[in-house]
Design a protein around this ligand. Structure first.
Ligand code: RM4
Ligand code: MN
Ligand code: MN
Length: 426
């Protein structure tokens, strides 16, 4: 299914006048503060968030999976789904593939489809947390960290194969997330596991084209519950530094122990020029993969404050790869992604509104109350009319969820694809 701009325009006629009123009020308010609203909408055009190919179908939990009707059953349909989200929001102009879940059959056709929808291929993701049918060895006891050289070699080769696939699609980065670790104390030696992982990653790094980046993702627990080899940002940073200049840490918002100060991690990684990738989601307890902004929107805003600071001041840090890494167990995946995108852009724009000079001055005066006032003044501003304006100007929907429902997109997908389709993924 492909959505035309005109279809969107047709259904939102009445909402435009109300939008204009609210937009004018916001733009008057912001111009009094000498904030340039056009500069912000321009930044939004450059802020595209990749949709992972595995988030377009229903996600399962370890207890079961409730399938979703009209799920995409192949990569082309997944790209069409990202196209729908992008057409409505103008913010999802990229897809991130997980291999071997989404190996293209016909590269030409896949590239053609993506580019016709304005979608590029972001980081490719390797998978050594599951066994692959064609492989000789199992990853049950690890992959890049495995004690057995033969298993490590197989895992390294898988990553190299993923790079080859990415090259054919125009990707420029590889994300490695390892499930390696131990389920019980004493199962393995921490140092050996770390050293093996470092050696394996260096081999993968050397196989990467020079203009590629390697993203190393960390996670404190799950699926291993006693120890994970790359448990935190410090471990990822050490490994990225050992690999070389084009290796970076990737922060996934759900990969921290409860109440970790993620904004501080972001800040220091950017200072060191080592934050390369970012996975958005939200969580109450762990790697819950919930809709971004559904649980801790203020924390997301504080994280964006550091991201904005880093993007402005840390020239040594590369442009980031943004991705939504969520799992949709009960919501329509496309609606969930649209909600996440809205929350992400809202937090980004609010962070852009922070009066940085005043904040710096208040910090220097140790005026703690004023510091909080400055942050919250930005946070409490309702920036939704600005996001609406960005979408309107670029042919998207004023209210993407409303448009998605009014245009009966899911109903159409079910008609087209049937009720029993199942997307690859977890
Ligand atoms: C992991 C991690 C990775 C993702 C897999 C599916 O928890 O977040 O980024 O590739 O899940
Ligand atoms: Mn992730
Ligand atoms: Mn995760």
């Amino acid at each position: 299914m492909r959505l035309q701009k005109e279809q969107i325009q047709d259904i939102q006629g009445e909402d435009i006048a109300f939008h204009e009123e609210r937009f004018d009020a916001l733009s008057n308010f912001l111009s009094k503060k000498e904030i340039n609203i056009d500069a912000i909408t321009d930044l939004l055009a450059g802020f595209q968030v990749a949709i992972p190919s595995w988030a377009l179908g229903a996600g399962g939990t370890r207890f079961g999976r409730f399938s979703f009707q009209g799920e995409p059953s192949n990569l082309e349909q997944k790209i069409e789904d990202v196209g729908l989200v992008h057409t409505l929001t103008r913010s999802a102009g990229a897809i991130s593939l997980h291999i071997p879940w989404d190996v293209p059959d016909d590269y030409g056709a896949i590239k053609e489809k993506a580019s016709s929808l304005g979608i590029i291929f972001d980081a490719v993701n390797s998978n050594t947390f599951q066994d692959h049918k064609k492989d000789k060895y199992s990853y049950k006891f690890g992959s890049l960290s495995h004690y057995d050289q033969a298993v490590r070699d197989q895992a390294v080769q898988h990553n190299i194969d993923v790079i080859e696939i990415g090259k054919k699609l125009g990707s420029k980065s590889l994300t490695v997330w390892l499930a390696d670790g131990t389920a019980f104390p004493g199962q393995k030696n921490f140092q050996t596991s770390f050293l093996n992982t470092g050696e394996s990653l260096k081999q993968i790094y050397r196989a990467m084209p020079e203009d590629w980046k390697l993203f190393i993702e960390y996670k404190p627990y799950e699926p291993n519950f006693y120890s994970m080899v790359i448990q935190d940002w410090g471990t990822s940073y050490l490994l990225a530094t050992e690999c070389g200049q084009n290796a970076y840490t990737l922060v996934d918002l759900g990969h921290h122990l409860p109440n970790t100060n993620i904004e501080q991690i972001v800040s220091l990684l950017m200072l060191k020029g080592k934050l390369g990738g970012f996975h958005f989601n939200d969580s109450k307890y762990g790697d819950d993969d919930l809709t971004t902004g559904s649980i801790k929107p203020y924390a997301l805003f504080l994280i964006f404050n550091e991201l904005v600071h880093g993007m402005r001041n840390n020239q040594g840090n590369p442009p980031m790869s943004w991705m939504i890494d969520a799992s949709h167990t009960i919501k329509d995946p496309l609606e969930d992604l649209i909600q996440s995108l809205e929350a992400i852009l809202e937090a980004y724009v609010k962070a852009l509104l922070i009066d940085q000079e005043a904040l710096r001055a208040a910090q220097e005066e140790n005026d703690v109350v004023k510091c909080q006032e400055i942050l919250q003044e930005a946070y409490r501003t309702d920036v939704r009319p600005l996001l609406e304006r960005y979408r309107l100007k670029n042919g998207g929907a004023l209210h993407p969820i409303k448009a998605y429902r009014a245009l009966k997109i899911r109903e159409n997908l079910v008609k087209e694809r049937g009720v029993n389709t199942v997307a690859t993924g977890l």
